[in-house]
Write a protein that binds this ligand. Sequence first.
Ligand code: NAI
Length: 353
Amino acid sequence: PKHPAQPLTAATYPLFLKTHAILSSAIELFVAGAAGGIGQPLSLLLKACPLITELALYDVVNTPGVAADLSHISSPAKITGYLPKDDGMKQAFKGAELVVIPAGIPRKPGMTRDDLFKINAGIVQGLVQGIAEICPKAFVLIISNPVNSTVPIAAEVLKRANVFDPTRLFGVTTLDVVRAETFVGEIVGSKNPSELVIPVVGGHSGETIVPLFSQAQPSVDIPADKLDALINRVQFGGDEVVKAKDGAGSATLSMAYAGFRFAEKVAKAVKGESGIIEPSYVYLPGIEGGEAIQKAVGVDFFSVPIELGPNGAKKAIDIVSKANDAEKKLLSVAVEGLKGNIEKGVEFVRNPP
Ligand code: NAI
């Protein structure tokens, strides 16, 4: 269920108290890549979140400045910034319950997410090795692209260290969901598109992204002559931003919003709030309900709506089998693309280049 923001009146006072009750058992969070285009606004949103007690920022540049700046905000989170020197990664990871990784280079016009693999694969591998050693029980949220391959890399690194728990590893695909809500909202004239539930499944790049409008809640009526363009816009919406930024990078502010939305949902579920569901790119065979979906789609890593709980991914929800015929065609294209992306990630760790 969604909880729309309410003004603080006598009627909403208990809600306010509840926020503070949650606060007393809050969460330590760590952001790797914290000084970047996504990292900075994401850290701002996390610093402002009352669920967070400690926020550690790590990057190869600029974190002392970002942390000093954010530290003047009067929210509860204690904030620290670390650089690689003085064993900074170790210091930052220590005690982290939740780790968000938006580290790595973003796209420029003409690039696909797969073009980022060469550089970002090694960055994600290095950071996840640190997690395996220092905070192996942390929930790990991967934003760095290509997500379709970086999540399999993370899983492989954690497996090799014997600390892989599939219910704690998430590829963040929330921006695809947020875009789908927004673009559908424009078509159906919704006053608050974030209240629409538009499941987006598959992966996180181009044709591997599959919006399932047939499963929207409440149901939405997309005119037939607008459907193809809408699907294309959800799949390639990131390109609009890359083009408009004209060489200065890809989505950062909308991604920070989406990354925060997912991190906050995980934190709330960990602290006991029930009924929280959000799609995420996960290792299906390791999650309740995931094996049947894995058998149906034929790939191990796939994004589906995940019910979150105190231990992370509680249940994978099968909406894929309910897709209509046109959506099933999109799904088979997505799976073909994903196979190669997943293989590339796994091979990167098993047989280093
Ligand atoms: P950016 O270049 O502005 O920031 C990346 C940051 O990572 C930089 O501050 C850099 O110093 C840091 N970094 C590099 N190597 C590091 C390491 N080993 N340890 C710690 N930090 C390191 O890039 P931006 O725009 O913030 O994008 C970051 C990543 O997020 C990119 O890979 C991008 O493709 C991806 N992305 C993912 C989205 C998604 O939906 N999952 C959406 C948009 C972007």
